[in-house]
Design a protein around this ligand. Structure first.
Ligand SMILES: NC(=O)c1ccc[n+]([C@@H]2O[C@H](COP(=O)([O-])OP(=O)(O)OC[C@H]3O[C@@H](n4cnc5c(N)ncnc54)[C@H](OP(=O)(O)O)[C@@H]3O)[C@@H](O)[C@H]2O)c1
Length: 245
């Protein structure tokens, strides 16, 4: 399997963060879907879609990006660790959490992201929320404290549009971002046409019509397309066609 992974990593090398990028932050949209385009078996559920080799590729990608972003539903449903477990990886990406109304109950249990940061096996997260949220009031005050206790930050934005998010990342020294999910975040980031690379793992399964689709509201065209296979999965690497192309 190692030779297969090495060959896959060589295939994706052209799509890794580089100086050639649309904006100051290099953006990779990356996720796993079933053959029928679902990222989860049903709403509110975490579903294993890809095999161990693709999972190793995901951790390789995490090693190559400064930050990794998810939406608040993924945060609650999956309770992801968002750290890098690729062999020899020296530093995990900073988790970026999108949560307009700061609804994530950071102080309500020991979430994996916070635990990883506390144990030093993951970076402290940055939570992005609207500047209309009053962080002096409960429950936001307690939630903010839980994030800050592990070294994280709550950053308040005037809106949750992608240019605003990317500019806040740039202001915080982030030069490369992996957008990992979930469905709504993937759809909206594709619609905003902000990515420099798209890397999609297609698992060899169908999740059926109750599954959660990750799709933009309009057509998205791709270029520089490369397909690779690993284990039972297929990997699509591509770039999104820009409006001016
Ligand atoms: N297969 C995969 O690779 C993969 C990866 C990750 C997750 N998942 C799955 O995806 C599912 C969750 O997806 P989901 O669609 O329910 O939720 P999601 O994409 O995780 O989160 C969506 C929420 O993020 C917030 N948000 C803030 N700014 C946003 C922006 N600019 N664009 C989009 N969203 C923004 C919004 O809530 P507010 O308005 O409250 O801020 C929005 O409703 C779970 O089942 C999870 O297991 C699959």
């Amino acid at each position: 399997m190692d030779a297969e992974i090495d060959s896959l990593l060589e295939d994706i090398s052209a799509y890794l963060p580089s100086d050639q990028r649309k904006r100051k932050v290099y953006v990779t949209i990356t996720y796993a879907q079933s053959i029928d385009g679902r990222v989860a078996g049903r709403r509110g559920e975490r579903t294993k879609i890809s095999g161990p080799a693709s999972s190793k590729m995901t951790h390789f990608l995490r090693a190559k990006h400064d930050a990794i972003l998810v939406g608040n539903n993924t945060l609650v449903i999956d309770d992801p660790g968002l750290n890098c477990r690729y062999p020899g990886c020296k530093s995990s990406p900073t988790p970026i959490l999108l949560d307009s109304l700061f609804s994530w109950g950071a102080s309500e249990k020991e979430w994996n992201i916070l635990k990883n940061a506390r144990l030093g096996v993951g970076q402290p997260p940055y939570l992005f929320t609207l500047n209309t949220v009053n962080l002096e009031l409960e429950p936001f005050k307690q939630r903010k404290t839980a994030i800050e206790e592990v070294g994280g930050k709550v950053l308040q934005l005037p809106d949750m549009k992608w240019p605003t998010i990317l500019s806040a990342l740039e202001d915080n020294g982030i030069e490369s971002l992996m957008i990992e999910g979930g469905a709504t975040v993937i759809g909206s980031s594709l619609e905003a046409n902000i990515s420099d690379a798209i890397i999609v793992t297609i698992g060899s399964n169908y999740l059926g019509i109750s599954g959660v689709e990750a799709a933009p509201t309009a057509k998205v065209a791709l270029k520089n397309v490369k397909w690779a296979s690993i284990g039972d999965d297929c990997i699509l690497c591509a770039r999104q066609v820009a409006a001016e192309d």
